[in-house]
Write a protein that binds this ligand. Structure first.
Ligand code: ZN
Length: 676
């Protein structure tokens, strides 16, 4: 609901756990990691690729912590079937049919029809149902009814005629979530949040009555139930033990109660207890209590997201989809943040901004990078890369929130991308080599500085409003650009080498290459023909890049090269480029500190909005040839407890499955609490 504004924008947040200096400084065990030969991408079909992520530094956890992670991941998976049923009422029945065929068919698997069938099954697994996870449109099988009938009969599988219609008739339940009110939000959505005959107007009226004007701590009405009509009266079927989804929630609670016994501290135990209580009672007050307890539990290395959380699958934005994410602190990133926090004042004092715009006492911003240990429900196989919760505004305002970036997911994305984009868009071999050697670290440092010292830096002049008010629609892009510029200015500073954060300035050079390559070329592949750059981060990367290229053109700081009809940018003077970043930072801080709306507009629109159509077309054409599917799903690692003679857990082993169907079938078999 509240996307992580900054972390999402940066392509590289890579835990590598290889820096000796920071580990010794923090007194931690070194990570035992061998990623050589690890296969990041394991499957591809239609517009999807299936990737794997790793859990770094698993060996740094105590046995008790590993046990906790194990229970939490089991609690997550135990509710897997819930999201299938939430997404569409026939999803579980269809999955049963498809999986029975998939596992028992012994006919010709070289036949074209079988290939299409297999693709369809994978699409359904990927989206926890028959509708695309992103577009919400129903998957259209490429095999026909006759072939399907043959598969049913060859495997002795029963399938209700109604399900066959659902699979093959494009007009039946075509869209999971309808966003066009004129077509009927509830009426035209296939999602299973509203029962037969419930209209949009009725549902809206039902909840309007609950909201008390002036309630400063409103419950999340409708979050954990299905709204149905019974004898003409609306009523909620609440997700709870003894209510809807009871069989799955009983299992969820059993694992949560085990987790509570090995919690890292009391606050975490309180949160887990509240969550279990919520699943037992379905009481939304307890859900709020849980969220408050969860926000307070900040001290452990392990954290989790669990519940009916995000509401974007409900056309009315009320009901939460079941999801679970289990998180482990990214120790290396935390060390890095700590060093930056400790030096925040040094960065502020040495910044190129005007003295009157510097904070006398600056405090770094706490920002967390975590590693995912397991995901389930709506967060799997497709996953977010950053999460900011809870969603209740009043809890955020009164008790705070947690914002995390999922580091090992980002890592998997970037490693799976391979070197295709580098080979295509780098100006020369030196740039490619530097990117391969230092790109990961450069990206991580940039993100950390952007978040920890970038957003924290600078102060307003007296009687100037917050920049969200003074700079209005340009506030976001100016603020993100300002934070980027702090990071860019310092990533070429010897101070980072002296602090042990990077080996030498080559890391800074890699970041300069990458930033301009992305801002001027690579990011354009995300725009369709004819579109302007609108998204705040994309726009800020464009105006920062275009500005320094223009200002440095007389001195040949960055040179545009066209070779064989392809455009490249070559940085010729890194020190001067750093000077330009510093100059722009000073100006952008002035714009912010003085609330200079006109200057913000001139910069953001003049340098960041328009794309040169010929260059855009060229970038689209060059990236299309690289053929990288736009969406990714992820396999989860497998956690396996090792027990002693009396059944106590003495260790938990991590392994990685090789195949997408293998994992999906294993889950349906082991956690199919609503489907059998
Ligand atoms: Zn930011």
């Amino acid at each position: 609901m509240f996307p992580l504004a900054c972390a999402l924008a940066v392509a590289l947040v890579l835990p590598s756990c290889s820096s000796d200096t920071s580990e010794k400084a923090a007194g931690l065990e070194p990570c035992v990691e061998d990623t050589a030969g690890f296969q990041w991408e394991v499957d591809r079909f239609e517009d999807i690729r299936i990737l794997r992520y790793r859990i770094p530094c698993w060996n740094r956890l105590t046995v008790r912590q590993k046990e906790l992670v194990y229970y939490l991941t089991q609690a997550g998976l135990a509710g897997r079937d819930i999201v299938w049923d939430q997404n569409y009422e026939h999803n579980l029945a269809i999955r049963n049919v498809l999986e029975k065929i998939y596992t028992s068919y012994t006919g010709d698997k070289k036949a074209e029809g079988w290939g299409h069938f297999e693709t369809y099954v994978k699409q359904v697994w990927m989206s926890n149902g028959i509708h695309h996870h992103y577009s919400n449109l129903k998957h259209q099988p490429r095999f026909d009814r006759a072939y399907f009938a043959a598969l049913l009969s060859a495997t002795g599988t029963a399938c209700a005629p109604e399900l066959v219609e659902v699979i093959f008739d494009p007009a039946v339940d075509a869209r999971k979530v309808e966003k066009d009110a004129s077509r009927g939000l509830v009426e035209n959505s296939a999602v299973n949040f509203y029962g037969e005959g419930v209209s949009t107007a009725e549902a809206q009226a039902f909840y309007e009555k609950m909201n008390q004007p002036g309630d400063r701590a409103p419950l999340s009405y409708g979050l954990n139930s299905r709204l149905v009509k019974e004898n003409g009266t609306l009523k909620e079927e609440v997700y709870k033990i003894g209510g809807l989804y009871s069989a799955a929630l009983e299992q969820v609670v059993m694992w949560l109660e085990k987790a509570e016994k090995v919690a890292e501290n009391d606050k975490q135990a309180v949160a887990l207890r509240k969550l279990a209580e919520y699943y037992k009672t379905g009481d939304l007050r307890t859900w709020d209590d849980f969220n408050i307890a969860w926000v307070r539990a900040t001290e452990g290395d392990i954290d989790f997201i669990h519940g009916f959380v995000e509401v974007y699958n409900d056309p009315l934005g009320l009901r939460g989809s079941y999801e679970s994410i289990v998180e482990i602190n990214d120790f290396e990133a935390s060390d890095r943040m700590k060093v930056m926090m400790e030096n925040a004042q040094w960065f502020e004092d040495n910044s190129p901004i005007m003295d009157q715009h510097k904070k006398k006492e600056v405090k770094g911003i706490t920002y967390k990078v975590v590693s995912v240990a397991g995901e389930a429900g709506d967060a799997s196989p497709a996953t977010p890369v950053g999460v900011n919760l809870p969603n209740a505004q009043w809890i955020r305002a009164m008790h705070g929130s947690k914002s995390v970036s999922l580091g090992n997911i980002e890592d998997a994305y970037s490693r799976a991308a391979g070197s295709g984009l580098l080979d295509e868009f780098c100006h020369d071999q030196e740039e490619i080599d530097r990117a391969k050697k230092h790109g990961d670290m450069a990206g991580k440092l940039h993100t950390a500085m952007h978040e920890v010292i970038g957003h924290a830096s600078g102060q307003l002049e007296e009687n100037v409003q917050a920049s969200s008010l003074s700079l209005k629609e340009y506030h976001s892009t100016i603020e993100e650009g300002r934070a980027d510029l702090v990071a860019l200015y310092y990533v070429m500073d010897q101070k980072l080498v002296d602090m042990g954060l990077m080996p030498d300035l080559e890391v800074g050079k890699a970041e300069y290459d990458a930033y301009l390559r992305n801002g001027l070329l690579v990011q354009l592949r995300r725009l369709k023909v004819g579109e302007d750059i609108e998204e705040a981060h994309m726009r800020n990367r464009a105006w920062v890049s275009n500005w320094v290229v223009e200002k440095g053109s007389a001195d040949g700081v960055v040179v545009k090269v066209v070779r064989d009809g392809k455009t490249y940018y070559d940085v010729r003077d890194y020190a001067k480029l750093r000077g330009l970043f510093g100059e722009l930072l000073k100006e952008v801080q002035r714009i912010t500190s003085q609330g200079d709306y006109e200057a913000a507009r001139a910069l953001a629109d003049g340098y960041g909005k328009k794309v040169v159509p010929a260059v855009h077309a060229e970038v689209l054409e060059r990236s299309a040839r690289l053929n990288i599917p736009p969406y990714a799903g992820f396999l989860n690692p497998v956690l396996e407890p090792v027990t002693d003679a009396s059944g106590n857990i003495t260790d938990v082993k991590v392994s990685y499955m090789e195949s997408f169907p293998e994992q999906m079938l294993y889950y349906s078999d082991k956690y199919g609490f609503l489907s059998r």
